[in-house]
Write a protein that binds this ligand. Structure first.
Ligand code: HEC
Ligand code: HEC
Ligand code: HEC
Ligand code: HEC
Ligand code: HEC
Length: 374
């Protein structure tokens, strides 16, 4: 450790005399409540809709790189995470350019000192940096204090619970900033609903939290790379798939039953995510059929309202049936794939955003004939 830096951090992080209004000191120490109950009893860790985060005055701010000087492991992992890219992310910047809004930056650039519809600068580029989750009013906050840190640590149960994620992962459509001639999303609707979905899941019911899956613990260290949709191993464990195909006259009928094991809907999060189920008879590309599952909006008066949501919900299986025409008389194996498109497939194709498509599962089946067909 660099002694000069340690001193700097001490000066920088210590020295907050007043307890902030929304975070009493040592809020994790109430003996009567367990950590999840305590975290829920406290005021929101951040307001719904995200920052700006009250990490402290300008001269006391500490960047993720500065934390990384001592926490090299967490920093290296975080650098690979979607949180580290949340502001620079090309898909986000693309959408922001189409619909500039201050509301977006509160979550995608929560550390920016001044939030505008086109926030710029190093603090914005940090995205969801260390301080978004670990610094309030110039002090490091955490679930526990090891006593080994050269900085003050204030105990706060919310950091280790769903409450630490809720403000940015469960929120309504922002109210329009200016009058619009076009239909706008209804500010009473959820834009992202991940925490409610989680509450309705078997994983949530047995107390497995967002952190348990996305910041998994190994020997007391949590994985700050935040594996999610972009991570192959996470995608592989997201769905249980039962596949079956049988012949009915001149079609192969493929039935795929999907169950979420992700602790929330698949896909969750952003409203433009689409799950595509596709099947085809091998060697017969023209037989391919697909179905897209996602959230569908239509104009109703002044608002665009959700009229359909056929994502794979955590509580119920989703059955998809595809009927593939038999273009010749040969019995051929059937192949299927399940993929998530991060934006509407038409947009992805038009803008050639190939890396916005991720495979979840694939398989191959040999059609079986029902007794009546033989
Ligand atoms: C000068 C070195 C140094 C810097 C800079 C530093 N830390 Fe630490 N920190 C430590 C050490 C040493 C520990 C105790 C051992 C451990 O957990 O790594 C610690 C512990 C922690 C803990 C666990 C709680 C505790 O008290 O043990 C958290 C959370 C934490 N640091 C976050 C941060 C964040 C966020 C930043 C930047 C704002 C930061 N640290 C900057 C050295 C540093
Ligand atoms: C300050 C707001 C904020 C907080 C707090 C926050 N997130 Fe996020 N999170 C985001 C944003 C913004 C993105 C989108 C990044 C992108 O894809 O550009 C995101 C993305 C993610 C992803 C997607 C990763 C992927 O590649 O698919 C996961 C998983 C995630 N967050 C989990 C969590 C968990 C777990 C917590 C609580 C410990 C948390 N987040 C707290 C704002 C936040
Ligand atoms: C049982 C483990 C598990 C739990 C609990 C869990 N997740 Fe996930 N999550 C996954 C898996 C697996 C994926 C990858 C599949 C996917 O993207 O749907 C994922 C994907 C995501 C994504 C990527 C977005 C997308 O389009 O699918 C976000 C954001 C996310 N989770 C946030 C959360 C938050 C917030 C919580 C807590 C409320 C949470 N997760 C709880 C396993 C979990
Ligand atoms: C999205 C929120 C989030 C961000 C961003 C984040 N952390 Fe963490 N961090 C957590 C959570 C959650 C834990 C585990 C809490 C618990 O103990 O239950 C944790 C744990 C830690 C610990 C204690 C050791 C361990 O792994 O349990 C340190 C040190 C730490 N973080 C440092 C950092 C640093 C440095 C950064 C930036 C490079 C950072 N964190 C970014 C949420 C976050
Ligand atoms: C309350 C927090 C919050 C606000 C406000 C917010 N977002 Fe997000 N955004 C997130 C989270 C969390 C994710 C990650 C969810 C997921 O992976 O599906 C995300 C994901 C995205 C993605 C997908 C990024 C990718 O690479 O796949 C885009 C694009 C996006 N947001 C654009 C916007 C725009 C434009 C606005 C303003 C109109 C906005 N967001 C407002 C939290 C927020």
């Amino acid at each position: 450790m660099i002694p000069g830096l340690a001193l700097l951090v001490l000066v920088v992080l210590v020295g907050c005399d007043e307890a902030p209004v929304d975070a009493p000191r040592d809020v994790g120490l109430d003996a009567h409540l367990d950590a999840p109950e305590l975290a829920r009893a406290l005021p929101p860790f951040l307001p719904e809709g995200g920052g700006p985060v009250a990490i402290g005055p300008r001269e006391e701010r500490v960047s993720s790189a500065a934390c990384g000087a001592c926490h090299a492991r967490e920093h290296a992992a975080w650098t690979r995470s979607a949180h580290a890219r949340s502001h620079l992310d090309p898909l986000y910047q693309r959408e922001l350019a189409i619909r500039p809004s201050r509301a977006c930056e509160r979550c995608h650039a929560p550390l920016a000192e001044e939030v505008s519809s086109r926030t710029e600068g190093a603090w914005a580029d940090e995205g969801v940096g260390c301080a978004s989750c670990h610094v309030r009013d110039g002090v490091v906050v955490h679930t526990r204090a090891s006593g080994q840190a050269p900085h003050e640590t204030r105990i706060d149960a919310r950091v280790g619970e769903v409450e630490g994620c809720r403000s940015c992962h469960q929120f309504h459509f922002p109210a329009p900033e200016r009058p619009s001639l076009h239909a706008t999303f209804d500010p009473n609707d959820w834009l992202q609903d991940t925490v409610s979905e989680w509450s309705a899941s078997a994983e949530g019911a047995r107390g497995l939290t967002c952190i348990g899956c996305h910041l998994a613990e190994d020997e007391g260290r949590h994985d700050h790379a935040l594996p999610g949709l972009r991570d192959r191993a996470m995608r592989a464990r997201a769905l249980d798939v039962e596949a079956e195909v049988h012949v009915e006259r001149r079609v192969d009928v493929v039935t795929l039953t999907l169950r979420s094991r992700a602790g929330h809907a698949v896909p969750t999060g952003d409203l433009y995510r689409v799950l595509e189920v596709r099947a085809w008879r091998e060697g017969e590309p023209a037989s391919a059929r697909s179905e897209q599952l996602g959230r569908v909006y239509e104009r109703r008066g002044a608002h665009r309202l959700e009229v359909e949501d056929d994502r794979v919900m955590p509580s119920e299986p989703r059955v998809v049936t595809l009927r593939l025409p038999r273009l010749d008389r040969t019995d051929r194996p059937v192949s299927w794939t399940i993929r998530v498109w991060r934006l509407d497939p038409a947009v992805v194709r038009r803008a050639q955003l190939e890396d916005a498509v991720h495979e979840f599962a694939h398989g191959r089946l040999v059609p079986s004939r029902r007794p009546s067909e033989q």
